[in-house]
Design a protein around this ligand. Structure first.
Ligand code: FES
Length: 98
């Protein structure tokens, strides 16, 4: 298995078997297909996955980029674009870090 250069985690708000948290209420799971599509369009060596609640609900929707370990808050498609733009340039979307 080849490991991607970047792993993007999007909070899916799962607590037990159900997505119940703030990020889900703010449509975080809708970001998954959008980011997946952008990764392909941009040719990024990245994968995106959903997670359980990341315990940063006040900042939701929350997204983390590894290996940098950068946490972003209030992520919508526009912010996701800024994060992906920054990744392409080898940087961070500083304005959205939490
Ligand atoms: S529901 Fe996303 S951080 Fe808690």
């Amino acid at each position: 298995m080849e490991k991607p250069e970047y792993h993007i985690l999007v909070c899916g708000s799962f607590r037990g078997a159900e997505a119940k948290g703030v990020c889900h209420q703010k449509s975080s799971l809708g970001l998954l297909p959008y980011i997946e599509s952008e990764i392909v369009d941009r040719g990024l060596d990245a994968m995106v996955s959903s997670t359980s609640c990341l315990k940063a609900c006040d900042h939701g929707p929350v997204l983390i980029v590894y290996p940098q370990g950068d946490w972003y808050g209030s992520v919508d498609e526009e912010v996701a674009d800024e994060i992906l733009d920054a990744l392409e340039e080898g940087g961070k979307a500083e304005a959205h870090l939490i």
